[in-house]
Design a protein around this ligand. Structure first.
Ligand SMILES: NC(=O)c1ccc[n+]([C@@H]2O[C@H](COP(=O)([O-])OP(=O)(O)OC[C@H]3O[C@@H](n4cnc5c(N)ncnc54)[C@H](OP(=O)(O)O)[C@@H]3O)[C@@H](O)[C@H]2O)c1
Length: 223
């Protein structure tokens, strides 16, 4: 996300835990970094000050309400009118109209119970974080990622408003392109108050159900 944002001429301020600052070494002196947990309200208050857009990665890690704390801090401290773009997975449903394969629901159930046992993962906290975002009056977009894979960019993913749409069936997106979609969403007002479920533009299902030529270039919705 940092690289995509810099390439588009944005000034970038980043927040990551102190132990992770090293991973941003390649961007030293090109971005400002606030070391800290993203659910630390004071860190977020300082980091988002003056920002026109905030890209937030919501992760379900730990058992200390990391996602809800992160989302709430961004909702509370981002300047009024700022574009807020959050990441999560397909398991988040905005309106309950998503249709999931049985295998997907089984995986979610397993993750929920393993998370409760080990306290390493808290899926329900990520769900609550998104509920708060959906209920907010901010200019939000919640980008719902498919399974991710590494590799070079294939281009902007395509999306649908609902999981279960055949265009999403391949359930795979390059990580770098998930990041690209987040950054491009900053200036796409059509995505405000949308929860696009994305899939790689070169995945088999995207190619088979592509709505029109050049669809991925304008962030077109699949269906
Ligand atoms: N991985 C997938 O297959 C997949 C599928 C669908 C959707 N997604 C979504 O894509 C986004 C990115 O997922 P990802 O798999 O790339 O995430 P990730 O590798 O687990 O890490 C993302 C960030 O989470 C922070 N993090 C990791 N472990 C943590 C912990 N124990 N406590 C607090 N923070 C921790 C790290 O922040 P620091 O920078 O502070 O280290 C890291 O940069 C998420 O919103 C996820 O829901 C992922």
């Amino acid at each position: 996300m940092v690289r995509h944002a810099l390439e588009r001429g944005y000034s970038v301020v980043g927040v990551c835990r102190a132990k992770s600052v090293g991973k941003l070494a390649a961007f030293e002196r090109r971005i400002e970094v606030f070391p800290g947990a993203t659910n630390d309200r004071e860190v977020i208050r300082q980091a988002v000050d003056g920002c026109d857009g905030v890209l937030t990665v919501l992760v379900p890690w730990g058992s200390n309400h990391y996602s809800t704390g992160t989302a709430q801090a961004v909702l509370d401290f981002a300047r009024p009118g700022a574009r807020l773009v959050f990441s999560c997975g397909w398991h988040i449903s905005r309106d309950g109209r998503d249709v999931y394969p049985r295998s997907f629901k089984r995986q979610e159930w397993l993750a929920r119970w393993l998370g409760r046992l080990t306290r390493l993962v808290d899926i329900d906290d990520q769900i609550e974080a998104c509920r708060r975002i959906f209920a907010s009056s901010t200019r939000w977009t919640v980008v719902r990622g498919s399974d991710l894979e590494e590799g070079d960019s294939q281009g902007l993913p395509v999306w649908s408003g609902h999981v279960g749409d055949p265009i999403l069936a391949s359930n795979i997106t390059r990580r770098v392109d998930f990041a690209l979609f987040m950054v491009e969403a900053l200036k796409n007002d059509k995505l405000i108050h949308e929860a696009p479920a994305i899939v790689g533009c070169c995945s088999a299902s995207a190619v088979a159900h592509r709505p029109s030529a050049g669809h991925s270039g304008d962030m077109a919705e699949g269906h």
